[in-house]
Design a protein around this ligand. Structure first.
Ligand code: ZN
Length: 440
């Protein structure tokens, strides 16, 4: 039985750019996970002002706001991490490439049912991989097939059979294996995996095991690092049998599918702290490559080719980056309230500084501040006067009106609110309750 509401079909708005979608989904993730870093990603200021930057390639991004770097829960950060991690892996595969050497791609799965808890299946899959790599048998297998290292990536989808955590693994071999050798390596790997999963109380099928030679470095890199990058692919209706991505759950949640939102929360809890990608010991050192970058470092800087650091040399690419526009704190909260963080970047990219200015003018959001106000500290009273002046000019509602609306919202979404509070107390209790309700 599927846990996703069939009536909550997802309808994308065609005029939205990919970036606007990512920002929208990030806001949704922040709503579902109010205590997590993703809730302040791209919104919370790190200083008094926020700057809109453009690099020499025309890519635009905000400077002066927080970056969460969460590969599992942030659609904006995970897309950046995926793209840059792929470059990192690609450099490794290219360093390995030499006649006689090869890279193989394998997917390890286990059978799962809708009743399985995501935290448990995730733990089983990652533990099984640690066991896979331990002991004499693994050493023997590696020596026999000249496997000198692996890169392992953890992924998860959600489908008709519930959560489906699985591993994508690259095997780096030193000698040619030949067709027969390849088949025997595949058999040995599957048998070992099957035995381990079996001992851990799970089952796995040969049909779920995929093993093939990587045709080139890009293919191999994308095989392990595509997580977070490919969510646009499934913009249309979801094919549940194939499983949907966690970003699809977020999309459904924006569309009012409460259960999809809860599933996302459940997943976020289970994957918090899990490593997405690991290199086997000594693999990168063998080619004198730098230590792999942390997720957060990969998520920093600009997006879409913004100011970037070369993953291998550490040098900054695009040094001609410059500040295009400055937004003060009051207008920044206006931008966030209008949910225009992505829209303004798109405008800046298309129309430049003038376009951004026009947008603020159209919304009568001219700055109440004078340039000298950007000093180290403004008196609080003065700040309040400015804010009121701006609110009058933007036609914003009074504080009482806002409070009344918030109250009615809470009343209307009473169940949701209660659910979230219960989630903070004990998430599993909420999930169990929901699961029970669905099975009835
Ligand atoms: Zn983020």
């Amino acid at each position: 039985m599927s846990l996703i509401h069939p009536q909550a079909e997802f309808h994308p708005e065609p005029e939205d750019t990919a970036r606007q979608w990512r920002h929208k989904l990030r806001r949704e993730a922040g709503k579902l996970l109010p205590g997590e870093r993703v809730a302040s990603c791209g919104v919370k200021r790190t200083g008094e002002i926020v700057e809109l930057w453009r690099d020499s390639a025309g890519g635009c991004y905000w400077k002066g706001v927080e970056t969460c770097g969460s590969i599992w829960t942030c659609p904006v950060c995970s897309a950046k991490i995926a793209a840059r991690r792929a470059e990192e892996v690609k450099a490794l595969v290219q360093a390995h490439e030499k006649p006689g050497r090869a890279v193989y791609m394998a997917t390890f799965t286990m059978r799962h049912s809708a009743r399985d808890k995501v935290a448990e299946t995730r733990a089983t899959v990652t533990k099984a991989w640690s066991r896979m790599q331990a002991g004499k048998a693994w050493k023997g297998l590696k020596a026999h097939f000249h496997v000198m290292g692996t890169v392992r990536a953890l992924e998860v989808t959600y489908g008709g059979n519930g959560w489906h955590p699985h591993l994508h693994v690259l095997f780096f071999t030193d000698r040619p294996l030949g067709e027969l050798g390849e088949r025997r390596l595949a058999d040995r790997l599957f048998d070992r995996w099957h035995g381990i999963i079996d001992r851990m109380g799970g089952t796995t099928e040969r049909g779920g095991f995929d093993f093939r030679k990587a045709s080139d470095a890009t293919t191999a890199a994308e095989y392990v690092a595509k997580w977070g990058a490919g969510y646009e692919v499934a913009k249309g209706p979801l094919k549940e049998a194939a499983g949907c991505s966690v970003w699809d759950l977020l999309k459904r949640s924006t569309n009012g599918d409460h259960l999809a939102g809860v599933l996302f929360m459940k997943y976020a809890k289970a994957f918090k702290g899990a490593r997405h990608l690991t290199y086997s010991r000594g693999l990168r050192e063998r080619y004198d490559l730098r230590d792999p970058a942390e997720d957060l470092d990969l998520a920093l800087d600009g997006e879409e080719g913004g100011e970037r650091v070369d993953p291998e040399t550490g040098e900054v690419i695009n040094t001609e980056a410059g500040c295009l526009y400055t937004v003060d704190s009051v207008r920044w909260s206006f931008v966030c309230r209008m949910k225009a963080t992505a829209l303004l970047l798109d405008i800046a990219r298309e129309e430049g500084r003038q376009g951004v200015e026009n947008w603020f003018d159209q919304h009568h959001a001219t700055s109440p501040y004078r340039p000298e106000d950007f000093g180290p500290k403004r008196p609080r009273r003065e700040k309040r006067i400015y804010r009121e002046a701006l609110d009058r000019r933007t036609g914003a509602r009074t504080a009482a009106e806002v409070a009344a609306e918030a109250k009615s919202y809470v009343r209307k979404h009473d169940e949701e609110q209660a659910m979230r509070e219960a989630f903070r107390r004990d998430p599993y209790e909420v999930f169990d309750r929901l699961d029970d309700r669905l099975r009835r």
